[in-house]
Write a protein that binds this ligand. Structure first.
Ligand code: AMP
Ligand code: FE
Ligand code: FE
Ligand code: ZN
Length: 293
């Protein structure tokens, strides 16, 4: 029995972004929107930061349970060129020094990368500016969606999707990030009492993906689960992820990866089973879920 029980019919969304990274709702607006849409459990999973945790907890509406998490920018160095990937980390201790230092390092590297991207655009005569992009991120983790917004404001593209096309941030003006080695990330999340889940592992429409043999190795290294139900997975990809998880004894999640108006997906568009949620809570020793009383 979990110390944080939820109803068998609970609606659980374990992946959402706020203005602490590249979402467009503040952490307070995000938890209110989650409650308004009828969710029982929401995880806040901003890129490489826990800055949204406190404001989300303070604004937590009655009836909503908050899972504190993050989405870590990782990389698999087992092939050349290396492959970037995202690791969701739930309920870890944010004060664990080694993990906290990695997050600080990645956020700083993201700023350098975004500024360089803006310089490349400007060298080609594109009218965007670094102060404008930085202001758009409003103190949150800087990402390509913030540059995409500057391209939209400058009238160069109409949508975020277009900004992520090959002519812009998807390829021509895409610079690599200085991500965390994925094996190190899994180890650090576990050492901080957290539960690591591989985000959208088969999202071929986003770019290159890793082979199943890496997921097998990560399972051996402490990976707890795989995100199967996600808008970037086709039905066949979702089924493949479920089968792989069953084979490896990993838990399976589904989630919206909500980003406010930076994406079209709605909160709760995909959800996680109560059983998988309870496995995450049971495995965590960093921080607990929070429910408002
Ligand atoms: P970054 O972390 O700076 O490399 O930017 C990646 C982020 O951009 C992801 O977390 C998504 O929020 C967003 N993103 C990636 N691909 C797309 C896309 N095709 N359309 C809209 N947003 C995207
Ligand atoms: Fe994002
Ligand atoms: Fe992601
Ligand atoms: Zn995400």
């Amino acid at each position: 029995m979990s110390a944080y029980p939820v109803a068998a019919t609970a609606r659980i969304d374990l992946h959402a972004h706020s203005t602490a990274s590249d979402g467009t709702l503040t952490p307070a607006e995000l938890v209110r929107a989650a409650a308004d849409t009828g969710l029982d459990v929401l995880a806040i999973t901003d890129h490489d930061t826990t800055a949204g945790w406190e404001p989300a907890v303070r604004a937590l509406p009655p009836g909503l349970t908050l899972v504190r998490g993050a989405e870590l920018s990782c990389r698999w160095y087992g092939v050349e060129p290396s492959v970037p990937l995202h690791l969701l980390a739930y309920l870890f201790d944010p004060a664990e020094p080694e993990l906290a230092a990695e997050l600080t390092r990645v956020r700083a590297a993201r700023e350098v990368r975004a500024e360089r991207t803006v310089e490349l655009l400007r060298a080609d005569g594109v009218d965007v500016s670094w102060p404008e992009v930085l202001a758009g991120a409003a103190g949150g983790t800087v990402g390509r969606p913030h540059i995409a917004q500057a391209l939209i404001r400058a009238g160069l593209v109409a949508t975020t999707t277009e900004a992520f096309g090959p002519a812009w941030l998807g390829e021509r003006y895409r610079l690599p990030k200085e991500d965390i080695d994925v094996f190190r990330a899994v180890r650090l999340v576990r050492a901080a009492g957290g539960v690591p889940v591989f985000a959208h592992p088969r999202a071929t429409r986003r770019g290159r993906i890793v082979p199943d043999r890496l997921i097998v190795e990560l399972a051996g290294a402490g990976l707890a689960g795989l995100e199967a139900d996600h808008e970037d997975h086709s039905p066949a990809e979702r089924a493949h992820v479920r089968a792989l998880a069953a084979e490896l004894g990993l838990l399976v999640t589904g989630s919206s990866d909500f980003h406010g108006t930076h994406k079209t997906v709605r909160l709760g568009a995909f959800t996680t089973d109560v059983e998988a949620y309870e496995r995450i809570v049971a495995a965590a020793t960093g921080v607990t879920p929070v429910a408002s009383t």
